[in-house]
Design a protein around this ligand. Structure first.
Ligand code: SAH
Ligand code: SF4
Length: 383
């Protein structure tokens, strides 16, 4: 391959499961693959289904971090499991806790790449914002993650592992009923474009939704995409969670600049894909995310165009005040402008919550995620 080959092409074709160096990690394996792994170490066929269920319960129901804890399995069998498999989470590099209770985890994954996971406690829920890739190959001009150069897809183990690690850290295992859990909701709004990694995201979210696993209702999981139109349909049929669309502009001209994937799939195509989203109803509305950028996309005319564009789609509009990062080429819209914009959207009958930036003091807000090592490297580069 020539040295100048685009890095993104190369990295997006890495195998779906990272090259298994050393023992296989059981986390993130679909049930059938877990069963096959148990058979491969000599588990008798007649016991395999029961053993799979037991392991599943230990790993995802109780949060077991070692095979030793699995006391309803014979000692010899536990040893065999430990010799062949791991239950590794991503490695915790740093954990920062914001004045508002938001926690940001910097995690290291195989190969040395780093990702971030953010926990946001609110009165009625606790939301875990997880990453689907290291960095992101898309280069939305207002997003800090998009400026990170090192990119690869995360494995299902690494995606699921973020949930397990956060629950470990929060002491969130064994809380019943589900409503008492600290991690009650998941949003795929961390680093990366989930629909450039649909298979692994699907496997991980199926585990998150599995009634005998993490047991989160599918309506507590939201996948946010910048608009990978051909994958939206597959996400609807194979994952079945809620959908959020990073719309951010009301004309193709502006969206081409803000969300460059728009040059491939235009606003009209994106909205057609939304109209085909299964189970679309008032109970399962699509969220349209709209970052408020001063004098770029925040006029009254934009607000009016926005409601026209999405007419007929059961939707809510999430207005996100731009979260600045060092060197960002945009400013946040003024509170008055955001309010005026929200009023027009509300009058058209759409809920339009303004997303309060959380964890700003630890750079944990939307679109600010970028690994610490990358930041350090860049600041060391000559101007
Ligand atoms: N790649 C996916 C999911 C991750 S980004 C996507 O783009 O949808 C999660 C949300 O944060 C997206 O709506 C994204 O556009 C928004 N975002 C990115 N940078 C931001 C910033 N600096 N301020 C506010 N929101 C931002
Ligand atoms: Fe990637 Fe989403 Fe950031 Fe765009 S907004 S660069 S798609 S993470």
């Amino acid at each position: 391959m020539p040295a100048t080959a685009p890095i993104t092409q190369d990295l997006l074709t890495i195998p779906r499961k990272a090259a298994p160096e050393g023992p296989l990690n059981l986390i993130g394996l679909p049930r059938a693959e877990l069963r096959a792994a148990l058979l491969a170490i000599g588990t008798p066929e007649a016991q395999a289904t029961m053993r799979t269920a037991q392991l599943w319960q230990w790993i995802y129901g109780k949060g077991a971090r070692s095979f030793d804890e699995m006391t309803n399995l014979a000692k010899d069998y536990r040893r065999r499991l430990a010799e062949n498999f791991t239950l590794d989470r991503p490695e915790l590099v740093t954990r920062q806790v914001s004045a508002d209770g938001t926690r940001k985890y910097l995690l290291r994954v195989a190969g040395g790449g780093e990702i971030e996971t953010v926990y946001i406690p609110e009165e009625d829920r606790g939301t875990l914002c997880i990453s689907s890739q290291i960095g992101c190959t898309l280069t939305c001009s207002f997003c800090h993650t998009g400026t990170q150069r090192l990119v690869r897809n995360l494995t299902a183990a690494e995606i699921t592992g973020q949930i397990l690690l956060a629950r470990d850290d929060l002491g969130d295992w064994g809380r019943t009923p589900v409503e008492k859990r600290l991690v009650s909701n998941i949003v795929l709004m961390g680093m990366g474009e989930p629909l450039y990694n649909t298979d692994n995201v699907r496997d991980a979210m199926r585990i998150a939704m599995d009634g005998e696993g993490l047991a989160l209702s599918r309506r507590r999981i939201t996948l946010s995409t910048s608009g990978v139109v051909p994958e939206i349909e597959r996400a609807g049929s194979e994952i079945g969670c809620l959908l959020a669309i990073s719309l951010h502009a009301t004309t193709d001209e502006i969206r081409d600049r803000l969300v460059p994937i728009n040059r491939k799939w235009k606003i009209a195509e994106l909205l057609d894909a939304c109209r085909r989203w299964p189970r679309l109803s008032n109970a399962e509305r699509i969220t349209f995310e709209y970052v408020m950028l001063r004098d770029v996309n925040d006029s009254d005319a934009d607000a009016r165009r926005l409601v026209k564009l999405i007419a007929g789609i059961p939707a809510k509009i999430n207005l996100i005040p731009f979260n600045p990062w060092p060197g960002a080429p945009y400013e946040r819209s003024t509170p008055e402008r955001i309010e005026a914009f929200a009023r027009i959207v509300n009058r058209a009958g759409y809920a339009s919550p303004v997303r309060t930036p959380r964890g700003e003091d630890i750079m944990a807000a939307c679109g600010q995620l970028k690994s610490a090592s990358e930041r350090t490297r860049r600041t060391r580069q000559p101007a």
